[in-house]
Design a protein around this ligand. Structure first.
Ligand SMILES: [Zn+2]
Length: 255
């Protein structure tokens, strides 16, 4: 007998294997990101039919051999709404892609499953896809220890002032400086407001973040600049995520 485990999970990716089998990348509550094999997944007669949908919240019965084999799936929540909302479907895909890029297999950082479940759940009932995607990413990178809040200048160590309108990012040093320390270097000037939003997204509950009204795309572009320059993950790795590249050219569908 092999040990069997019960856990909740979210399907992030599917890959056909041999004639009828399927590999799925699942983020599970108990084991974090794992890759599981579903045998005869495509057999219409078995009980997996219609249950293996991307982003669905599922209860899994898994047999743990040298690999994980799925014995049973119970769908807890199927987000059929993504079928009619291409934009949110793309953001759900972005959340899955980000997860697969920043979390190695068999790794289960504390609270990540809850963040993933919350993000996909809110995305399924809300049309603020872009905001949800950014809140998710900033919270995820913070949870993994890759980014942190920034409230003071990294040169003079003084807190940024209420009256400061801009802060300055030094791409060479991966630091953020106040206007008084910005000198004549080639720094990226960003609105202090964008940094405030960044800090807010790290610390406040998801729904509070969502209530923050961000009306201009520039704020999101600047959040992206902050995430890419002030993180402990190699910049190249973040930049390699296709979805991040696409965000630079993002235009809302209704504009
Ligand atoms: Zn300073």
């Amino acid at each position: 007998m092999y040990p069997q485990i019960h856990t909740e999970g979210i399907i992030l990716k599917k890959r056909a294997y041999l004639e009828k089998d399927l590999w799925i990348e699942v983020y599970t509550q108990s084991y974090g990101r794992i890759c599981c094999l579903i045998k005869n997944a495509k057999d219409l007669k078995n009980n997996f039919h219609g249950k293996i949908e991307l982003f669905s919240l599922i209860d899994l019965l898994i047999e743990k051999r040298e690999k994980y084999i799925i014995k049973n799936i119970c769908v807890k929540k199927y987000f059929s709404c993504f079928d009619n909302n291409i934009e949110n479907l793309a953001f759900a895909g972005g959340i899955a892609e980000t997860t697969l890029n920043i979390i190695p297999e068999n790794y289960n950082p504390k609270n990540y499953f809850e963040l993933l479940k919350t993000s996909i759940g809110i995305l399924s009932i809300n049309n603020k896809g872009l905001a949800i995607f950014f809140i998710f990413q900033i919270k995820a990178l913070f949870l993994l220890g890759y980014i942190n809040t920034h409230t003071q200048c990294q040169i003079c160590n003084n807190n940024f002032l209420e009256s400061d309108l801009f802060v300055y990012i030094d791409q060479q040093e991966n630091s953020i400086n106040c206007v008084r320390c910005s000198g004549n270097h080639n720094l990226i000037k960003i609105k202090k407001h964008s940094l405030n939003v960044f800090n807010y997204f790290i610390f406040f509950p998801f729904n509070d973040c969502l209530n923050l009204i961000i009306s201009d795309l520039k704020t999101y572009q600047e959040l992206l600049i902050i995430m890419q320059n002030l993180n402990h993950l190699s910049l190249a790795k973040l930049k390699s995520i296709k979805f991040w590249k696409d965000l630079y050219n993002y235009q809302p569908l209704d504009s």
